[in-house]
Ligand binder design. Sequence first.
Ligand code: PEP
Ligand code: MG
Length: 330
Amino acid sequence: HVEHLKQQQALLVYKDKPSHTLDGHALTLRANVGNLSDISSLMLVGAEGIGLFRTEFLLMNAQALPDEDQQYKLYSDALQALNGQTFSIRTFDVGADKDIPCLQQHTEENPALGVRGIRYSLLNPKMFIVQTKAILRAACHGDIRLMFPMVSQIEELLQAFELIEQAKQQLVEQGKKFGSVKYGIVVETPAAVLSLESMLPYLDFVSIGSNDLTQYTLAADRTNLKLANLYPPLSPAVLRLIAMTIEKCHQAKVKVCLCGELASNANVLPLLMGLGLNELSINPASLLAVKARIVEGNFSAFYQHAQSVKQLITNAAIDEAIKSFNVSSK
Ligand code: PEP
Ligand code: MG
């Protein structure tokens, strides 16, 4: 513990350094938050705003679903605390995979493949409209990016936009002011990657949810410890899907972020940055270690590393390549 504190202390020198490599390639580092009281810890590590706010955390201990005004206040206060920095809000990612007492939930045989993420919102449009109205109103006070979890088909995205039109309509009728937001999806199924071209024209940004993308690509329940060996941090199949997502986004000139646990691993940073990500969203506790890796590194080396890791065909070879790159370039 003392050792850890010492390391954190030493990393503080990176807090105010610009987030780019020695050869001048920039990467935006934002923070993942579940709880808005975490905002002060973002400032301590110099995060450029929030890259993922998991709004379902608002529901987990709640007696009842927060109403539009309550949510409006919450999102506006957070924006104020962020002082002009970007606030990326993910709409409720709920389903039978999470225990949320204030929602009427049915148990499912197969919750990971059931009604969760955007599917839940589309089946419960009232709740989605309340949330998006609150977010659109809060957007008068700052820079909000709105993202939808688990979108895997364009129909879901278009239905979500239709509901947002209804939300705006209601706001107009009620004489409530609202601002504009940027729209994105969390890419977390292979189907989303494979159909990204059709969705990109509607999107301002994309965020790769590598936790679920791994679970759905390898068909391995992310919570099942017996499958831990089938759920490596990075497998050839998942790496390919991440690389494809980045390429497609670049072609469409849409910014691409990664917000899964993978982004918090400083040893994986050279690979992720070398693949061309524009942004990472990270647990605040890991942010400075990742930033140190950026500031001390060269993008040209990261790019070469990514090109060679992309060719590898086993989990072990990828793991080995990441380890040896980090040893040789430290
Ligand atoms: C992910 O799936 O990678 C992700 C960021 O979302 P969550 O971990 O909340 O499912
Ligand atoms: Mg997810």
